[in-house]
Design a protein around this ligand. Structure first.
Ligand code: SF4
Ligand code: SF4
Length: 362
């Protein structure tokens, strides 16, 4: 893979800390890799504390404590406290299952700044079915209410796909009822588990068009009450999104076992070697590791990206998607209408099958 010669990478702003891959739920679109890290390989709290200090020195402002379900870590409060002590704005991304009100209070006392709770649907039985966990809807509701009661800002992350896209309006209403200040309409991205379940998850063009129109109406209706973030799902877009703000430009992930990735799906690209915080400092990894430099800048690009005026806006789209759909990680993201492979993506949107989900399990 070509190096770009980019000698001074920008400073990262965000760190996604995947504290564990353990999770009681089994979402069929989970962004964790198919090969999940096991508990015995997880970084110790003291190592996370060092990672947070190094991240802060590197320029990171915000850490997302994520998983799996971060509540599965018994030392979560200690970990959150060390992120706060490092001066990072500390956000907890939780399924809402596995965290008690008491632990949430301890997290607030430890300096937690913000909580993001994912929801599977506005209809309880459908939500539990999608999560593969009976009672998940109720537990999330209770946890979200507790977050607001404790005075923390709450974001609801509504993951959208064929089974729930027609209830986008109800999910925004649910977020409002829970007291959220922001709701993210997050269409499923087809990597990992979601790629495995793509035919069962992908919405129709008509569903997407209706949802996009509705979101515009909801934004106008609820202006000043709740912020609604949404992007058009990739497979129906004209241009790709600037994936993770550009490879090795804005943020990075640390996996439960300590590998540092430019994005959560990066391990799906063969041939890249990801350095670990067990052997290297974050600064070494960010600045010098071959994997982070593989797709920085524009020298690695092929046509049509190489001479495209948008190449510094969307950076050619997602490298993982390019590899998953074309077998070439340096190809133009095939969701771009200028890609020679765009017809393949359009054909895939027609492959729909209501087969049972392939749930994510350890
Ligand atoms: S997406 Fe679902 S299964 Fe995956 S970590 Fe989140 S709650 Fe757990
Ligand atoms: S050709 Fe490449 S740079 Fe141009 S819009 Fe498409 S993906 Fe972006």
């Amino acid at each position: 893979m070509a190096e770009t010669g980019s000698t001074t990478p920008p400073r990262p702003l965000g760190l996604l800390a995947e504290l564990t891959h353990r999770c009681p739920l089994g979402c069929p679109y989970c962004s964790n890799p198919l090969a999940l890290d096991t508990r015995d390989g997880e970084l110790a709290a003291a190592t996370w504390a060092r990672v947070f200090r190094e991240a802060s020195v590197l320029g990171v402002l915000q850490v997302h404590l994520s998983g799996g379900e971060p509540g599965a870590r018994r030392d979560l409060v200690e970990i959150a406290a060390s992120a706060h002590a490092a001066g990072l704005y500390t956000n907890l991304i939780t399924s809402g299952v596995g965290l008690t009100a008491r632990r949430l209070t301890e997290l607030v006392q430890a300096g937690l700044d913000h909580v993001q709770v994912s929801i599977q649907d506005s209809a309880p039985s459908s939500a539990d079915h999608i999560a593969g966990y009976e009672g998940a809807f109720t537990r999330k509701h209770e946890l979200a209410s507790e977050v607001v009661r404790l005075g923390l800002p709450l974001t609801v992350n509504a993951v959208i796909h064929r089974a729930n896209i027609d209830r986008v309006g109800d999910m925004v209403d649910l977020a409002l009822a829970l007291g959220a200040s922001r709701v993210e309409i997050a269409h499923v991205q087809y990597y990992g588990w979601a790629l495995k379940n793509r035919a069962a998850l992908i919405p129709t063009r008509e569903q997407v068009d209706r949802a996009v129109t509705l979101v515009d109406e909801l934004r106008a209706r609820h202006h000043g009450r709740i912020v609604i973030d949404a992007v058009v799902p990739d497979y129906y877009a004209r241009y790709p999104k600037p994936c993770v703000g550009g490879w090795g430009r804005r943020s990075f992930n640390v996996t439960p076992s300590g590998k540092v990735l430019p994005c959560h799906a990066a391990e799906s690209i063969p041939g890249l070697v990801f350095w670990s915080v067990r052997q290297h400092t974050l600064a070494e990894i960010w600045q010098e590791s071959p994997a982070f430099n593989a797709f920085r800048g524009t020298a690695w690009m092929k046509e049509p990206c190489a001479s495209c005026p948008r190449r510094d806006q969307d950076f050619g789209g997602c490298r993982c998607q390019a590899f998953a759909l074309t077998g070439d990680a340096a190809a133009t993201d095939p969701v771009c209408h200028l890609s020679p492979n765009r017809a393949q993506v359009t054909a895939l949107t027609a492959v729909q099958d209501d087969a049972p989900y392939f749930y994510r399990r350890m």
